[in-house]
Design a protein around this ligand. Sequence first.
Ligand code: 9MR
Length: 453
Amino acid sequence: MMHRSPGGPGLLRRALLAGTAGVLAAAGLAGAAGTADAASTLGASAAAKGRYFGTAVAAGHLGESAYASTLDTEFTAVTPENEMKWDAVEATRNSFNFASADQIVAHAQGKNMKVRGHTLVWHSQLPGWVGGLSAIDLRTAMNNHITQVMTHYKGKIYAWDVVNEAYQDGSSGARRSSPFQDKLGDGYIEEAFRTARSVDPNAKLCYNDYNTDGQNAKSNAVYAMVKDFKQRGVPIDCVGFQSHFNSASPVPSDYRANLQRFADLGVDVQITELDIEGSGSAQATSYTNVVNACLAVTRCTGITVWGITDKYSWRSSGTPLLFDGNYGKKAAYTAVLSALGGSGSGGGGGGTASCTAAYSLTQSWNGGFNGQVTVTAGSAAITGWTVTVTVTPPQKVSATWNGTPSWDSSGNVMTMKPNGNGNLAAGASTSFGFTVTSNGTTTAPKVGSCTAS
Ligand code: 9MR
């Protein structure tokens, strides 16, 4: 058989089974969607996919009516942005102040939102007294901090970031220097997780970090730690991928694959602090790619953006969030909603269906090459696309992926249509690929124009 199609009865059956599971998951979660309207909000659309859609919240803004109403309408989970950090709750040793964090938790509980606890053990926002302790004392203080904070919120927290950002950036894969690392050594992370499990056995226990979103030295080091924990029975349930992106640190091309390899270790994965600097369709496309990556990984249980409105973002000038400073829905909002399968009117959409197709050579060898075509929707969301690829005889297309091909009688013109990747938000992209057997000719294939529906 010359043309290998990725379809077939096995795939169809798997798709049907997955569809059934999705419906069951949606039914189970419907009650948790707060005041969100069916599928016209981020939270409701995510719930229909069996996932939560959360945001970082600052207690100080809850009194602003547009802030609170956007939170309550769109989101099904919250993470206190700063209020549960060590310096906020235990500025003085063994004197705990939960007032601001309690405000957020009470608000969330009133709306049936999940709460992610952030964070118990972190080198930053750590009061000075912690760094001054001896090793023995520090160990006691760390375990006491975990115990007191988790006891206060027992039963109210869906998942805790037990340890945050314990690894260095760059190629070393080494642990980051901190009072915990420097005085207690590598074992402090394991100890923190064991203590956490003993305090609230029903909370999911996560390790959370940034620059671990793609496969690199840092994420490899975290991966090795999680694998070791799972093998030795150290309690860990989830890994958080912060996902702070900008032009210097874009959404990695292996984002989904990286989430999947962690999930394959037997932990949930969550996107915990998502924000993407930029604007317009470029920003919308990046957001779409992040949502699609999570949806493609069964154990990706939810997405949290790091704030509601650009005006309160920690990177405000980079306008990295889904709502502008006036709580207007950005193109990125529409893209996320559409990627989640929702529908609703918002900014950034409109126009008629259109798309573009761009070819690139991804690999070549003696005797053949792999090509990739990236399909990008225009200013409106599309539900399907068609692209032709013409090869030069005696070349033959010997394999394809991420598309459904058909051929003309000569076998030289391949018409590619989607294979589950036809729904694209405005400005969003997908790609399909193919292998060409050269038969002595290395001419690049000709890609025709893209037709959208
Ligand atoms: O958004 C938080 C900002 O308000 C604080 O000033 C800052 C202090 O470190 O922390 C920000 O949140 C961080 C999160 O807790 C951990 N990952 C990186 C986030 C952005 O800096």
